[in-house]
Design a protein around this ligand. Sequence first.
Ligand code: C5P
Length: 223
Amino acid sequence: MIIAIDGPAASGKGTLAKAVAAHCGLAHLDSGLLYRGVAKGLIDRGLALEDEAAATEIAAQLDLSMLDAAALRGAAMGEAASRIAAHASVRAALVDLQRSFARQPGGAVIDGRDIGTAICPDADVKLFITASSEERARRRWRELVLGGAPLDYDTVLADIRRRDERDSTRSASPLRQASDAVLIDTTRLDAQAALSAALAIIGEKRARREPADLTPRARRGES
Ligand code: C5P
């Protein structure tokens, strides 16, 4: 089963994707790490984020097992990732890696911006997770305060709005809800409630698939 979870920054999609993957026993890929990894590769080499050719080369050589999530966190890396993610050739260089991850035996959960629209348009379940920009900024602000690197709320809100604007207006695979994705608005939901909502949707899709795809007889190829 392939589960695509898309949505804007700080919508709760990452936390949800991890919890869904653990619950369903599926592998999980946070595709934002790929774009963050490419941005860090450019920064480490002293290259400009506008250098599309270098970014594309780094993207083509990206090794999932080498990505250090802890080193890629943070608002500055998220902003840099969003800038390089607008390059169509960088996105193209990351497609196969994401699709092979999705196609592993048993399937996978992948979260990002374009998983349901561009990377896995045939995903079994597509969720689009959102929340108001004020609520997302409040969550991000709280994380920064707890992490000991506070920023004022208005700056965080402006950052979130700028990233939303860039991610949803770029021409290459912009952030948008796939027509067959189910929307979950987490503005008033905590992580547990969002997980329950997602599992209910997944359970429903599974039940619908069951008669055709998943009965033991069908699995053995018997009619
Ligand atoms: O999800 P995260 O905040 O880590 O993503 C960082 C940036 O990477 C996003 O703002 C977005 O521009 C880009 N991204 C993307 N497509 C994805 C995942 C992330 O364009 N599938």
